[in-house]
Design a protein around this ligand. Structure first.
Ligand SMILES: [Zn+2]
Ligand SMILES: [Zn+2]
Length: 268
């Protein structure tokens, strides 16, 4: 069994090209969608973050089901795909096909996945997007907790996002052999760094010269403390960095890291 990672979105809150921007960096750069990662084995498919590009990201690679959805934090670039998930559950195609008049999917419908987030993120999301759709199951997860989905462990790691009001998690996905850690929007670990990580997919900002989420030395030491076999930088933004992709690639390589691109896959 292997774990397959697909980077669905390697941009950040602005994404690339930034809307209504004609700067040279937006014009020249390949597109970077909002943050999201898919992790799959033969038996499980997990979606980490569900931003505003979710529909397009899943459609692009033909993914039509998931076994679990995990949200790192409340910010819109990581969660704005939720209203569309609500609508999909509300108008489930099996139920639409079975009725003459338009009726929403009955309560108790099982879409095949639960959505995991911290209680604080859940509260913020229900305030922002309205009540959680009763057809979708919300499950609480806090830093230090592990849930098991079809034989795969997902552990939540508490993260300092550099935003005091934003309770944030990273996730370690463990198939019993390999371990992948996803940690976007990070200043540093709140507690001990995750151990024995094969692939770390993490925040790039300060490393590439833009301390959006805190100082460079703190992020570098947080990343180094993981000592992952392979580190892939995401949350990349040519527009914000005012740098072309080649230059960012070079800066990442100098530190010994890789620069993520949308829909790139990694098999571990
Ligand atoms: Zn621009
Ligand atoms: Zn954020």
């Amino acid at each position: 069994m292997s774990l397959v990672i697909t980077l669905l979105g390697t941009g950040d809150a602005t994404s690339v090209p930034a809307p209504l921007c004609n700067c040279e960096y937006c014009i020249d750069s390949d597109r970077r969608r909002h943050p999201s990662v898919l992790i799959e084995t033969d038996d499980v498919r997990l979606l980490l973050d569900a931003g505003p590009d979710l529909q397009e990201q899943l459609h692009e690679i033909g993914v039509r089901s998931a076994d679990g959805v995990f949200l790192t934090h409340k910010h819109g670039d990581h969660t704005a795909g939720l209203p569309a998930l609500y609508q999909t559950a509300k108008w489930d195609s099996d139920h639409l096909a079975s009725i003459q008049e338009l009726q929403p999917t009955p309560e108790g419908f099982d879409p095949g996945f639960a959505i995991f987030a911290t209680p604080k993120a859940y509260d913020a999301l229900t305030t922002r997007y309205g009540p959680w759709d009763e057809r979708l199951t919300y499950r609480s997860i806090e830093g230090g907790e592990t849930v098991e989905i079809n034989g795969i462990d997902v552990s939540a790691v508490p993260i300092d996002h550099h935003r005091p009001d934003c309770h944030t998690l990273g996730f370690v996905v463990d198939d019993g052999d390999k371990r992948i850690c996803y940690a976007p929007d990070m200043r540093r670990w709140h507690a001990d760094p995750p151990e024995n990580v094969d692939v770390l997919i993490c925040e790039r900002a300060a490393i590439l010269g833009q301390p959006v989420h805190g100082p460079r030395d703190e992020l570098l030491s947080a990343v180094e403390s993981v000592n992952a076999e392979r580190t892939v930088l995401v949350n990349v933004n040519e527009h914000v960095q005012q740098a072309h992709t080649d230059e960012l690639q070079q800066r990442a390589s100098q530190e010994g890291y890789e620069l993520g691109t949308d829909f790139k896959t990694y098999e571990v």
